[in-house]
Design a protein around this ligand. Structure first.
Ligand code: HEC
Length: 140
């Protein structure tokens, strides 16, 4: 009985340490993925910046679709607010404090970075831009 208990506790610790990533954030695995991509493609890469991420979030671009010049066109200027698609459907807040599941599913994040960066910037976002964006949203 005692041994089973101890094993159970160990399994719980091991599972959660893995799921939460090295730094304790569930977003860390995706940040690590973008960091390794950034290092491979950008020799000047020296870490992500929340400030650059905020700039990406707020900048109005002229290179994408005219009706979506910025991320804020759908996600609003406040990452803590519920956004809206062009068709008027609600989008959950982007801020991790309000929406802890954000940026924990690589396939989902990649799908939406792909679609939204192409709409807004008229190109894919770089790995550095994606990491910056998530780093900013972790502060929100
Ligand atoms: C045309 C509207 C629209 C614009 C503009 C837009 N988004 Fe989004 N975004 C969405 C929708 C819709 C979703 C998916 C619904 C959801 O995740 O709640 C989404 C989800 C995301 C996700 C997925 C997050 C996760 O849960 O992993 C990321 C990342 C994202 N957007 C980044 C951006 C960035 C960066 C920009 C600006 C370059 C941007 N979005 C601009 C509509 C938009």
């Amino acid at each position: 009985m005692k041994a089973t208990h101890r094993l159970g506790a160990w399994v719980i610790v091991a599972c959660c340490a893995l799921a939460r990533g090295a730094s304790g954030e569930p977003q860390q695995p995706l940040l690590d993925f973008y960091a390794s991509e950034a290092k491979a493609t950008d020799p000047a890469f020296s870490g992500f910046s929340a400030q650059r991420g905020e700039q990406l979030f707020r900048t109005h671009f002229t290179t994408g679709k005219p009706d979506t010049p910025s991320c804020t066109a759908c996600h609003t200027t406040d990452p803590k607010k519920v956004g809206q698609t062009r068709a008027g459907k609600d989008i959950d807040p982007m801020a991790v404090s309000l929406n802890p599941k954000r940026y924990t599913d690589q396939a989902k994040s990649e799908k939406w970075f792909g679609r939204n960066c192409n709409n807004v910037l008229g190109r894919e976002c770089t790995a550095t831009e994606k990491g910056d964006f998530i780093t900013f949203m972790l502060t929100q």
